[in-house]
Design a protein around this ligand. Structure first.
Ligand SMILES: *Cc1c(COP(=O)(O)O)cnc(C)c1O
Length: 491
């Protein structure tokens, strides 16, 4: 944890008073951090002398405070990537002008219309979608709309598709396969009066630098192909997926994953509820399968990952990717989601029940006022331990003994409602009324999957900021605006 999040966590009385007033679960966001993260991406651009924008992938978090704080950043440096009509409306209402908006994802006609109407850039997935957009622009007399063409299915060589061509990137339901680009160029020519090709894009759901480096170079080469066809593209958009390092200590992560394998083999007691293997299985004494886990320890993540991607030599031309972009005078767009909200917030849950597991001495069930969808760690394979915030301040823990293994269960009447299937080792047994703080949940974990099953309340979200004297101030997420309040501090 970095300073703002770490110091927020140290103010347990403040977090207890918030949860007392607003209930459990509760999400707490620090909008200032999202602006700092955008600035860190900007610093990588400057280091490589590149221009272009950082587009926040809105889907990572529903918050208004984060989007408004980003809207207040330098318009030439920060934009937003929206993937639905509602996200587009939200971004506009938070202060983004249309020219700072990128429309991605599955698009219905209303979404396309509003995007074109406000002058957003449309990241087009297919010829069908392009035709649909061009028809709307024509029928409604909208301005010529800027489009990026999203590509997928990058091959390893640059010859025509056929013998010897290996497809390197995994299959995606989004984007136009590189091998089918000809039909896209033809459609762009047909509709040149309604759409303008401003560049090429990809978003690869991988952490592989190699795969991304190849795709980037391929896009640069395809930009030349577009120019030769008479288009004037100027942007390469390399999508998101820069990632977050959730666990600082590599050894800790190594030890746990090794222990998981040993548990799957039966060499040690299970580390999970009912021996769940996270995708690993025991095949006659050998561990098989791949752990479906987010690589929690990531020495290269976020802006550092972008820096490395730009510095690496490209596979064919053998130049640093940043140099390729620079020499061609291309702008670089990125669409970080998770990485831009790194260290931006935490999720709180009240401990409601602590009960020994009769058949498993020394282990406990801890039931909390939240369910698995309120903090979807399992869904995303993110494994981080919560931090206990004792009720009434730090207590003399001797009576509670040392580290204790607990299963964290949620508030639904459902066997599967486990906050994590992992056995979590807390330094001390928590007590009813304590808070558990799940840190660094702003990227997807906090509210992507939140629902109202059993009419349980979903978390309220608050935005907090630190006063000059060190005290924290809060407001409901929807009331946050990036203004200076009477005390002279950004709210
Ligand atoms: C989800 C998504 C992103 C953000 O991905 P992260 O892994 O959160 O950085 C960016 N672009 C597109 C098109 C996406 O679908």
């Amino acid at each position: 944890m970095d300073p703002p999040l770490a110091s927020l966590l140290e103010d347990a009385p403040f977090l207890h008073s918030l949860a007392d007033a607003l209930g459990s679960p509760l999400n707490v966001l620090i909008p200032e951090v999202v602006a700092e993260n955008a600035e860190r991406f900007g610093a990588v651009y400057r280091r490589h002398h590149l221009s272009g924008r950082v587009y926040f992938a809105h889907k990572a978090n529903r918050s208004s405070a984060l989007v408004r704080r980003l809207a207040a950043c330098d318009p030439s440096a920060v934009g937003i990537d929206v993937a639905s009509l509602a996200e587009l409306r939200h971004a506009l209402g938070c202060g983004f002008t249309g020219d700072r908006v990128m429309a991605t994802g599955p698009k219905d006609p209303e979404f396309l219309w509003l995007a074109a109407r406000v002058g957003a850039t449309v990241n087009v997935d297919s010829v069908t979608e392009l035709e649909q957009l061009a028809a709307l622009v024509g029928a409604h007399g909208l301005g010529r709309t800027r489009v990026l063409v999203r590509l997928s299915g990058f091959e390893s060589d640059h010859g025509p598709a056929g013998a010897g061509t290996r497809v390197l990137s995994r299959r995606s339901r989004f984007g136009t396969p590189v091998a089918e680009r000809e039909a896209m160029w033809a459609a762009l020519e047909r509709h040149a009066d309604s759409v303008e090709l401003v560049g090429l894009a990809y978003h690869l759901d991988t952490i592989g630098l190699e795969e991304k480096g190849r795709a980037l170079e391929r896009c640069v080469l395809l930009m030349d192909e577009c120019r030769a066809r008479g288009f004037a593209p100027r942007v390469v958009d390399i999508g998101g997926g820069f990632g977050v390092g959730y666990v600082e200590d590599a050894g800790e992560w190594e030890r746990w994953t090794t222990a998981l394998s040993e548990a799957v083999l039966g060499l040690r007691p299970p580390l999970t509820w009912r021996g769940h293997g996270y995708g690993l299985r025991n095949d006659n004494g050998t561990v098989r399968g791949a752990a479906a886990l987010y690589p929690a320890h990531r020495p290269l993540a976020g802006p550092g990952y972008l820096d490395e991607l730009l510095s690496r030599r490209s596979p064919v031309l053998g130049r640093a990717s940043a140099t390729l972009l620079l020499e061609h005078l291309h702008d670089l767009y990125v669409e970080p989601g998770r990485a831009l909200v790194d260290q931006c917030g935490l999720s709180l849950a009240r401990v409601l029940e602590v009960r020994p597991l009769g058949d498993d001495p020394g282990r406990y069930l801890v039931r909390v006022g939240m369910n698995a969808a309120d903090v979807s760690l399992e869904e995303h394979g993110v494994l981080v331990d919560p931090v206990t915030l004792p009720r009434g301040g730090p207590r003399h823990e001797a009576a509670d003994g040392g580290p204790v293994g607990v299963h964290l269960v949620g508030n639904l009447c459902l066997e599967a409602d486990l906050i994590t299937r992992r056995l979590v080792f807390l330094p001390h047994l928590p007590r009813v009324g304590d808070l558990l703080a799940f840190v660094n949940t702003a990227g997807y974990v906090m509210d992507f999957h939140a629902h109202h099953a059993q009419r349980q309340p979903s978390a309220r979200t608050v935005a907090v900021s630190r006063e000059a004297g060190g005290t924290w101030r809060w407001c409901p997420d929807e009331n946050y605006w990036p203004l200076t309040h009477p005390q002279g501090r950004p709210s």
